[in-house]
Design a protein around this ligand. Structure first.
Ligand code: DX5
Ligand code: ZN
Length: 304
């Protein structure tokens, strides 16, 4: 099993944060992850005093023992999150519409996981893009699951307009309705996976009362409405914070989708922060630097 430092750290934190708050100074100590883990496992780096006063030694010993046998540690703590598949979701609004059929065929041949379909109402965001008939056309011409991003006011009252299937994902924005539970329930009632989307300026605590209901969080890394925008840097830290926020609440099966300027460079960073669904548009799958297939392969290499 391979995992990023961030994931290993999250799992160890979950093990050691069995009760009580995490000792922030410990974070400072274990900054060079692998060396520290090796030193801890070899008993050379004595961090026990730093954390044992926070946690019963037996539990710390469990974790340290586990670290001696990484495979056992990984297997025990991998959880659904570590086994969470990394998924690519090309943003169709960025496609060449004069060549859409060929584009979809390339997606099928590249076995992408889902198709990101941006729906905008000109009110929640200052733009219009794809619509209900376009979704019908996709449903009639490809079996790729859809990843519908509703950037519309009161999505709960518009879901019936769309032709959806059980393996589709539907993202509703927390900012787009006063009744987020109704909106999420409306998605679940269609048998679809429900993502709660957060604009860059919306704090992750907006998800606090719906973690029991959602299948994922969509972290917007640009203000929604247009393709080709630049990443808002603070969104990277937000991905990490959301992963930690969810893991600390035992919600390690809730996925994190990222959307906006998911370039090859940014995707590597977002991956490190804990994202597992990558919406890829002008700076990724549709980048002029390669063919669609080449870009998908490149992105897949970066995130897996
Ligand atoms: C923006 C949309 C994104 C956008 C991504 O509101 O939600 O899906 O199309 O395009 P890039 O990847 O170019 O930012
Ligand atoms: Zn989108």
């Amino acid at each position: 099993v391979t995992m990023s430092q961030n994931t290993y750290w999250q799992i160890l934190r979950k093990e050691l944060c069995i009760n009580g708050t995490w000792n922030s100074s410990y974070n400072d100590v274990v900054n060079d992850w692998h060396e520290s883990i090796k030193a801890m496992a070899d008993g050379k780096l004595n961090v026990k005093p730093l954390i044992t006063h926070k946690f019963p030694l037996s539990e710390c010993n469990t974790a340290f023992k586990m670290m001696k046998n990484k495979t056992e540690f990984y297997n025990k703590y991998a959880g659904s999150r570590l086994n969470m598949k990394k998924k690519i979701s090309p943003s169709v609004m960025c496609a060449d519409f004069f060549d859409l059929k060929n584009c979809i065929r390339q997606f099928e041949e590249s076995k992408i996981d889902m198709l990101h379909v941006d729906i905008m109402d000109g009110s929640f965001v200052p733009n219009y893009t794809l619509g209900t008939d376009f979704v019908k056309i996709l449903k009639a011409n490809t079996a790729i699951p859809l990843d519908i991003h509703l950037m519309v006011e009161n999505p709960e009252s518009k879901l019936d307009w769309f032709q959806l299937s059980p393996d589709d994902y539907v993202a509703v924005h927390c900012e787009s309705t006063p009744h987020i539970h109704k909106a999420v329930a409306a998605v679940k009632n269609k048998g679809c996976r429900a993502l709660a989307a957060l604009n860059p300026g919306t704090p992750i605590c907006a998800l606090e009362n719906i973690t029991d209901d959602i299948d994922g969080g969509l972290v917007m890394t640009v203000d929604p409405g247009f393709a080709g925008q630049k990443l808002i840097p603070s969104a990277l830290e937000k991905i990490k914070k959301l992963r930690e926020y969810l893991d600390e609440r035992g919600c390690d099966n809730i996925e994190i989708e990222v959307d906006g300027n998911v370039s090859f460079h940014n995707a590597a960073l977002m991956n490190e922060m804990g994202a597992n669904i990558f919406v890829s548009g002008t700076s990724g799958v549709f980048s002029k630097d390669g063919t669609i297939k080449e870009n998908i392969a490149k992105l897949r290499g970066i995130i897996s």
